[in-house]
Design a protein around this ligand. Sequence first.
Ligand code: NAD
Length: 320
Amino acid sequence: MSNEIIIVTGASGQIGSDLVLKLRELYGNDNVIATDIKDPSKEVLESGPFEEFNVMNRERLQELIKQYKPTQIYHLAAMLSATGEKMPLKAWDLNMNSLLSILEEAREGHFKRVFFPSSIAVYGRNIAREQTPQHSPKNPSTVYGISKLAGEKWCEYYYNRYGVDVRSLRYPGLISWKTEAGGGTTDYAVDIFYKALSEKKYTSFLSASTALPMMYMDDAIKATIDLMQADEKELTVRSSYNLGGISFAPKEIAAEIKKHIPEFKIDYEPDYRQTIADTWPISINDTSARTDWNWQHNYNLEDMVKEMLTQLKEKLNVIT
Ligand code: NAD
């Protein structure tokens, strides 16, 4: 067992709800402190410490550092892409200033390692959208993408200038069953399962052929922990690693669901989120992650759909 003590911000969200449980399994329940402004899941609350923490409150951060003496912070709290477009200045303020507080505390030597989640939203218009390379030009067109790109650059700056060991991944759209999705452009790929089980039909807010990079949550958690445990010497990217898994469009996931629920029907009413998706990559080249720290994903579309339906049927008590 290592001596890590970990604080996770935004721990009640889609990623945090899974990540905290995995970290507790690895590092011990009492050594992983979940924090958020929202109540956590029952499992997170019952398995270890939870602290209310608004990441905009630097004094509260300092209090938590003094109390728990963390060695690592996973900074998940943020405003996501679709919600960010409704409140651009609030999204910028939250996404940037919370990261800068944590980087500053790390620079002062209070803990040694930081995880920052970036996103495929950093890419934006006029880029190679297929197999988008690690070092492709970036031209984000949402405030979320702008904040994530600026965040990556700050992470790289703190590493180069002050030696802060900050590590980051550009997550694709994440699919999971423990918590519902939190206001992103890829949320349809989670919502579709709930509606498929409850109503056997779904109206997609993206068009039938809008393919985007996606990943099952178990793979995202594995990538996060693999990166955070990687030997510092192996890491060549200090902005944020491209992370690829699967890539599919609404019509493809619908066809896969239909194999399990033959009556399932999908129709399409693209909304403002279509405009966001149109600027995002279709698939990602993640050779740097695969070479530097041996990243490999386990779930393809077929496995992911099977697993989501199995887990959600149990969670929602659906009898088929
Ligand atoms: P989410 O919206 O489900 O969870 C975010 C959590 O942050 C919520 O529980 C919310 O209560 C909390 N939060 C919001 N404002 C806060 C504040 N001021 N102080 C403390 N907590 C606050 O998001 P998620 O999907 O779990 O994403 C986590 C991180 O991963 C985010 O930084 C997001 O940008 C990034 N990311 C997510 C995806 C995805 O598909 N889920 C993809 C790419 C990147």
